[in-house]
Design a binder for this molecule. Structure first.
Ligand SMILES: Cc1ncc(C[n+]2csc(CCOP(=O)(O)OP(=O)(O)O)c2C)c(N)n1
Ligand SMILES: [Mg+2]
Length: 550
């Protein structure tokens, strides 16, 4: 028995609580926490900016089921990391931000990097606290981790003043806390389960929408079983993709707009009726559509559209209830209905217009042509990170996902700059899997220096940059005295960044050169950048409704 520092107590508590990795930037007063974590079995990953580190912590939480930790210095570091709190909170992902703070006996004195950190974190977290003593540090870590995981998951914040970090306590005086258990899996009311199936049975044009809440709940087996038992057409939200494989014959993803607009009953499985689903309102949904809403949070029920049926509970548990009822009733949505015919027609129409664009060998390339090459070479179990405007929106439709939690993108908060942190978190969480980040040139630029982080930790991530010279597209040349607002340097050589840190880069202009470059990049033992020049005027296929607001 000896003395332990606050930093050591925090590190041991994190390990006890199942926090598997810490991402951060060190400086006053958090260096001892990073060192203690590294020595104490919580691998530490040093980043170049806290924004990316905080994005990584959120993604790690979603991917592993226990919150990732982000470590930030006082003041500016903690402020940068709020980006990740907000992003994780909007996505309902568990993460724990640990912010260092000035010595508590200097509060109010104008201390180095003194900052109202708890107040700053508060709107973006489920829980924020400053521990009141060294011996109670484990208590606070447990509270924070429990809050991040329970109910609707989210971000939490612990504020650690220097005196608590460097101060010491006898080991036996420390109030160690037991590991907070996995979240409970609440079932829905049985009468609501029965009513949900009744509404689906009575629908002419039913649709299942799978959200990332289903992915978070590890409900893939149950949701696949449900779709295959019921024969209901389904589609997924951007990060709900892969819960049921995109190549399942019941997927109507290519007819997304038509399906949303015409469905008369929609079962939402862990998907919210926020902007991503156009609020569930006309003109993107039919007026009077019956919404069967499965959500872990009762607060969410009825947002924007009154719910016909409320299934409040855990997606894995509740879909299992639905399956049990289905098995008893032996109902399936009929094979031949006008709805299926209409959906099939819309799918074919979509595939025709996309097919033509994918076959276009013009130089410079369009999005569909470039993404086709990526799609054809992507390993089936690749984790795909994606961000940008067109790059992400078109990429979502072209790049398939076959497994849950294998797609990470700008998400509910529409955050650009998440891609590098997400890719690093994915490579750390799943070292056996290939991570491919498909990035717009603007999106990549937000956090491009984290490429060095990926190189330092030898994470063989493939970054593909779809380079159209700017935000949603740029120009070939411009007058430096009058730079258009969305323009970045034309033909920027992002690929050359790779060589600076021991990676490798390719600059691709012709469609025929993309496949060979990608093959080499995907096989490389180090991080790679494939910089693909696109036509700066390339666009999505003609849309009935405009650009997604992002
Ligand atoms: C943090 C943040 N800043 C700014 C934006 C606004 N924004 C939306 S998309 C986008 C970048 C789109 O350009 P790019 O990544 O090159 O993809 P492209 O559409 O050109 O393929 C930006 C800056 C945002 N969503 N998030
Ligand atoms: Mg761009």
């Amino acid at each position: 028995m000896g003395e332990l520092s606050g930093a050591q107590i925090v590190a041991r508590s994190l390990q006890e609580q199942g926090v598997g990795a810490m991402f951060g930037v060190v400086g006053f007063p958090v260096v001892p926490i990073a060192i203690a974590a590294q020595r104490g079995g919580v691998p530490y990953f040093g980043f170049r900016n806290e924004q990316s580190a905080s994005y990584a912590a959120g993604a790690y939480g979603y991917l592993t089921g226990r919150p990732g930790a982000c470590l930030a210095v006082s003041g500016p570091g903690m402020i940068h990391a709020i980006a990740g709190l907000a992003n994780a909170q909007a996505n309902c992902w568990p993460m724990l931000l640990i912010g260092g703070a000035n010595d508590s006996f200097q509060n109010g004195m104008g201390a180095f990097q003194e900052c109202p950190q708890i107040e700053a974190a508060r709107p973006f977290v489920k829980y924020a606290a400053r521990p009141d003593s060294i011996e109670r540090l484990p208590y606070y870590v447990e509270q924070a981790v429990r809050a991040s995981l329970s109910g609707r998951p989210g971000a939490v914040y612990l504020d650690l003043p220097n005196d608590l970090i460097v101060g010491k306590r006898e080991e036996e005086k420390v109030g160690w806390a037991a590991r907070t258990p996995e979240p409970t899996r609440a079932q829905a009311e049985p009468s609501a389960v029965a009513r949900a199936l009744e509404v689906l049975r009575g629908a002419q044009r039913p649709l299942v929408i799978v959200g990332k809440g289903a992915a978070w709940a590890r409900a893939e087996d149950e949701v696949r079983d449900f779709v295959r038992r019921s024969h209901l057409p389904f589609l997924a939200t951007p990060m709900g993709k892969g819960v049921v494989p995109d190549d399942d014959p019941l997927s109507v993803a290519p007819a997304r707009s038509f399906a949303l607009q015409n469905a008369d009953a929609v079962l939402l499985v862990g998907a919210r009726l926020n902007w991503i689903l156009h609020f569930g309102l006309p003109p993107r949904f039919a007026k009077g559509v019956k919404v069967i809403q499965l959500d872990v949070s009762a607060d969410e029920i009825g947002r924007n559209v009154p719910a016909e049926v409320a299934l409040v509970g855990d997606a894995k548990a509740v879909v299992a209830q639905l399956n049990e009822s289905l098995a008893k009733s032996k109902w399936t949505y009929p094979q031949e209905t006008p709805w299926r015919v209409d959906l099939a027609r819309e799918i074919a129409k979509n595939q025709e217009s996309v097919g033509a664009m994918s076959a276009d060998d013009s130089v410079p390339m369009n999005y569909y042509r470039a993404l086709r090459e990526i799609r054809d070479l992507l390993p089936r179990d690749a984790i795909v990170c994606s961000e940008g405007a067109n790059t992400m929106d078109i990429g979502r439709t072209v790049l398939p996902n076959f497994a849950p939690r294998h797609r990470l993108d700008a998400g509910t908060f529409g955050t650009m700059g998440v891609g590098l942190g997400f890719a690093i978190a994915a490579a750390v969480a799943h070292p056996e899997q290939k991570v491919v980040a498909v990035e717009g040139d603007s999106a990549f630029g937000f956090s491009g220096m984290e490429f060095e982080t990926a190189c330092r930790y030898r994470l063989p991530i493939t970054f593909v940059i779809l380079n159209n010279n700017g935000i949603g597209g740029g120009v070939d040349e411009f007058d430096p005295a009058n730079v258009p607002v969305s323009v970045y340097t034309p033909r920027a050589r992002y690929d050359k960044i790779a060589e600076a840190f021991g990676g490798r880069g390719w600059f691709v202009e012709k469609p025929a050169d993309l496949g060979p470059a990608l093959k080499e990049a995907l096989a490389a033992p180090h991080p790679t950048i494939v910089n693909v020049m696109l036509n700066p005027r390339a666009d999505r296929k003609p849309q009935k409704y405009g650009w997604l607001t992002r």
